[in-house]
Design a protein around this ligand. Structure first.
Ligand code: RB5
Length: 152
């Protein structure tokens, strides 16, 4: 598995921690920035990661901003992206089991490093349950298709 990862200035410290975790877990990643704590705009980095997932180039992504809200809003604009804001372990697990989330979003100003590490470990190791949840994801896909066609 390869993970596309990105953050803004408010997520840089937590992203560094997650990059070391991914190295420890020997999970490949592509880091789309930002690389410093200089103030940037989260949509620019959310777009890069979400494009990689939406186009199918990369299977999964991680986005981090201050609260996780801005990155979630950006990511969920992209067709095929199911971004889940998970600042706790239960949500992280359920977002994979029921929603087949393909982008994990966290708030760098909300959670500590240890919790974030556990969230990532849970998220990358939990499979999609399938079954009745497939039908629900198909409905989301149909909504996307209708909106893209602008066919109300
Ligand atoms: C940046 O100050 C902050 O607004 C951003 O990281 C994020 O929390 C937005 O939702």
């Amino acid at each position: 598995m390869t993970i596309a990862i990105g953050c803004d200035h408010a997520g840089i410290e937590l992203k560094r921690e997650i990059l070391s975790l991914l190295n420890e877990l020997r999970i490949n990643y592509i880091d789309f920035g930002t690389d410093t704590s200089t103030s940037v705009d989260y949509p620019d980095f959310g777009e890069k990661v979400s494009d990689a997932i939406s186009s199918g180039k990369i299977e999964k992504g991680i986005l981090i901003c201050g609260t996780g809200i801005g990155m979630s809003i950006v990511a969920n604009k992209f067709p095929g992206v199911r971004a889940s804001l998970c600042n706790d372990l239960f949500t992280a697990k359920m977002s994979r089991l029921h929603n087949d989330a393909n982008i994990l979003v966290m708030g760098g100003r909300i959670i500590g490093k240890d919790l974030a590490r556990e969230i990532v470990k849970t998220w990358v190791s939990t499979p999609f349950e399938g079954d009745r949840h497939c039908r629900r994801l198909e409905k989301i896909q149909k909504i996307e298709e209708r909106l893209v066609k602008n066919d109300i």
